[in-house]
Design a binder for this molecule. Structure first.
Ligand code: HEC
Ligand code: HEC
Ligand code: HEC
Ligand code: HEC
Ligand code: HEC
Ligand code: HEC
Length: 260
């Protein structure tokens, strides 16, 4: 990437195209829209007792905020980082907080999450794909990722993600708001600036999903580069995995630099 940067330094646009091809190439095993945001939950020690469980973000993220699961229910933001056990679920934690026969289908229907065998796994996948197509038809479109513009869906009221579960969540308080924008000038002259909007992120994400582990609580302090982002760090933790894909350069690099 450094080499590319030096040779076509003058023309931000040309570089943009090169980079976008490079990044697309990297994301190359181009994830299908119905598989974008899927997490295969398979801790090695469970291999003998249960087949891997596929958790699908697309079927949950329109119904609940990221915050509800990743802060209140303490799901890790790393695949297999949570260490879910059957007993935890039965005790009303993790998946069991909702899959209790009231909020969502009950744990007793094991095979909705645990495939019986490889063939059943393929059937569950096929069924999920059909349900995804049905959902997608009702949603505003996008070019990459799930090919759903989740943000527009929320703004237009097509979805209203819940941010509260009785007995689990705390009521939001004044500490949990921040409407500051954090502008960023990328280290490449001519490339549009990035505007990070707290207010738009806080609709979905709790403060704790970003602070203090991923971003400093001080404007301009966190050093980040596009390479690190494409490697899944900083903004790339969510963008490129669950939130809109990194191919959408201009959704982040959105503010044109004033012409001299
Ligand atoms: C809502 C989805 C869901 C349902 C329904 C469900 N499970 Fe699970 N189960 C999981 C997840 C997620 C894991 C963790 C998988 C991993 O990380 O390896 C898990 C793990 C397990 C494990 C391995 C870990 C351990 O504790 O030994 C067993 C065994 C298991 N489940 C059995 C069952 C049985 C039996 C049922 C039906 C009574 C059931 N599960 C219903 C989601 C579910
Ligand atoms: C219904 C609960 C739920 C909701 C809502 C939810 N997540 Fe997740 N998320 C999970 C689970 C479960 C995992 C897998 C954790 C594990 O394997 O231990 C996960 C994993 C992740 C990962 C790691 C993915 C990877 O491949 O390493 C990221 C990043 C993430 N979520 C971000 C988000 C964002 C951003 C949102 C909101 C747009 C969101 N999540 C909404 C439950 C949820
Ligand atoms: C915050 C609540 C909530 C949590 C936590 C949650 N789910 Fe769900 N889940 C739902 C709801 C609501 C539905 C849709 C209604 C239904 O099918 O009962 C659903 C549907 C599903 C489906 C069917 C659609 C699909 O994605 O194929 C599966 C499978 C599933 N959940 C697995 C899981 C697993 C595995 C976990 C834990 C890792 C989990 N869920 C955690 C609320 C939740
Ligand atoms: C999606 C990630 C994300 C979320 C969620 C988030 N922030 Fe931030 N926050 C950032 C980034 C990025 C910066 C800029 C850091 C830098 O420039 O080094 C920042 C900067 C800050 C700063 C320093 C600048 C300022 O505004 O005074 C504070 C304080 C802050 N955030 C508070 C919060 C609070 C409170 C919440 C919850 C309401 C929150 N943040 C939610 C990403 C996030
Ligand atoms: C914790 C997860 C997370 C992190 C980290 C994160 N985002 Fe987001 N971002 C989201 C979600 C969720 C949305 C809602 C849209 C979607 O899911 O596609 C969003 C939306 C956006 C939007 C559209 C909103 C708008 O202002 O028009 C922009 C731009 C954006 N993010 C930029 C960034 C940048 C830049 C960073 C890093 C400084 C970053 N994000 C870090 C989760 C995250
Ligand atoms: C999720 C938001 C986001 C998306 C999408 C995104 N970028 Fe970036 N980009 C950033 C941030 C944040 C920086 C770091 C700004 C700084 O220097 O602090 C950055 C920096 C850069 C830089 C400066 C040099 C460097 O390596 O840091 C280039 C060039 C760049 N991006 C190109 C692209 C291209 C091309 C795309 C589309 C393929 C893209 N970006 C998509 C957020 C994004």
């Amino acid at each position: 990437m450094k080499r590319v940067r030096r040779t076509s330094f003058q023309t931000g646009a040309a570089l943009g195209i090169v980079l976008s091809l490079w990044i697309t190439g990297m994301a190359g095993a181009a994830v299908k829209s119905h598989e974008y945001g899927n997490v295969l939950m398979s801790q090695p020690q469970n291999a003998k007792t249960a087949l891997p469980v596929t958790f699908r973000h697309w079927s949950h993220r329109g119904k609940y905020t990221c915050r509800l699961c990743h802060v209140d229910l303490e799901f890790s933001q790393l695949a297999n980082g949570t260490g879910v056990m059957e007993e935890d679920n039965r005790n009303g934690m993790y998946c069991g907080a909702c899959h209790n026969g009231k909020e969502a289908f009950a744990l007793e229907t094991c095979t909705k999450c645990h495939p019986k065998d490889k063939q059943h796994e393929a059937e569950l996948e096929q069924q999920a794909k059909r349900e995804f197509q049905k959902l997608k038809e009702t949603m505003p479109g996008a070019t990459y990722g799930n090919k759903i513009d989740w943000m527009k869906a929320e703004v237009d009221g097509v979805i209203t993600p819940k941010d509260f579960l009785q007995g689990i969540s705390l009521r939001k308080n004044d500490m949990m708001v921040n409407s500051r924008d954090e502008p960023r000038s990328p280290a490449l002259p001519g490339l549009p600036e990035i505007i990070f909007s707290h207010s738009k992120h806080v609709v979905w994400n709790g403060c704790g999903m970003c602070h203090p582990d991923t971003f400093a609580l001080e404007t301009g302090k966190t050093k980040m580069s596009m390479r690190e982002i494409t490697e899944g760090k900083f903004c790339g933790r969510c963008h490129g995995t669950i939130a809109f894909a990194l191919n959408d350069c201009t959704r982040c690099h959105s503010k044109p630099v004033a012409s001299p």
